[in-house]
Design a protein around this ligand. Sequence first.
Ligand SMILES: Cc1cc2nc3c(=O)[nH]c(=O)nc-3n(C[C@H](O)[C@H](O)[C@H](O)COP(=O)(O)OP(=O)(O)OC[C@H]3O[C@@H](n4cnc5c(N)ncnc54)[C@H](O)[C@@H]3O)c2cc1C
Length: 393
Amino acid sequence: MVEKKYDVTIVGAGPAGCSAAFFLAKNGFKVLLADKTTFPRDKICGDGISSAALNILKEMEVLKKIESIDHHKIGYVKISSPNGRMMTGRYPIVKNFRDYGYVVKRKEFDYVLFEHVKALPNVHVLENFRVENLVYNKDKVTGVAGSHGEEKIDVFSDYIIGADGVHSKIAKKIGLFNDKNKHRAFAVRGYFEDVQDLSDAVEIHYDSQVMPGYCWIFPTGKTSANVGVGVFNRFNETKEAKELFDLFVRNNKYAKKKLKNAKMKGPLKGFPLTLGSFGSKRSSGNVLLIGDAASFIDPLTGEGIYYALLSGKFAAEAIKKGEPNRLAGEYYEKMWAKKFKNREFMPGYLLQTLMGSRIAINAAVFIGSVSKKRATNMAGVISHVLPKYKMIF
Ligand SMILES: Cc1cc2nc3c(=O)[nH]c(=O)nc-3n(C[C@H](O)[C@H](O)[C@H](O)COP(=O)(O)OP(=O)(O)OC[C@H]3O[C@@H](n4cnc5c(N)ncnc54)[C@H](O)[C@@H]3O)c2cc1C
């Protein structure tokens, strides 16, 4: 048994864990950033990085590194409706935000983030360390226990951050795992090459055969794209995302044209999404949950990288602000509730409900196709630079 001592142990080194590690380390905290895998590792995703997420990457001093690897710049959103109409919205110019986003393959994106925080003096990383349990002293959590290959390790720290994604062990251990079906979605994605007619637009298609669900074509380069289909569990428990993907790729008039001569590279892969909800807590004592572990994915778009990065920053701020009285949990609850709960998740669910209706989507896309202002607003909501109500008003 090996024992170690840190100020904060972060379980999971995806975008959420890396963000928390960065902001804690910058504030002088000694951090262990642990992950069950070794980097680079893949993460099934649409690979879309919103304008709002770019701001946090800049704060993390990593944006230039991301821009130095393969990335595709996005300035437009195209949305098609079940009746086949298409609208195009330009990312709006909003103070303090870029009017563009990126598509970057997660394998590379996460690796750059991981290497970036690994280089910080206060961050110690431990790969191939699968956390299995929390360690208690009486009622207080004092660390985590897990396996590093054959070796069993206990790590002791003042705080634990659960950044361990959709299946979060830490959330389960503190009784805050969000397993509500209505807060879940499932999505599949495949990478295609020799794709035609791609531009600087991400495409979201509400296809009549796939409803209620959504499809996307996100260009990863001039002739390559991440293509996927997502299904919200609350609308759909029977249709298989893989079947819907086949229908989309084979029959959708926009997909068919783009993918006519394209080849899928690698297998089609699927993964669940934990959508933002507003009912429960995201911390217990000195244990805080961030990113997918805290169920922080946009219920409207399925975007989670922005919330992962922002919640990592919030957790670090809450820990700093909460010292020496150990009030981090209280601060953290207030921070995410103020920024995510009413402003993002509540309206996100309302809009998600509308998305279950063909009539509503047909109407929204029609309006977006005849009004440039409405189309720009929709693009602004999707790129997270405008509040959700702008989708309608
Ligand atoms: C198909 C699909 C498409 C998506 N498309 C987009 C998109 O285009 N844009 C967007 O913004 N979001 C998208 N999302 C959501 C996005 O992928 C997530 O919100 C984001 O990855 C959350 O980051 P995270 O750091 O919280 O979790 P993750 O990226 O999942 O990282 C969690 C880490 O924890 C580690 N871990 C897990 N368990 C343990 C353990 N017991 N011990 C140690 N380590 C552990 C894992 O190895 C992993 O590295 C999509 C999701 C899916 C499924």
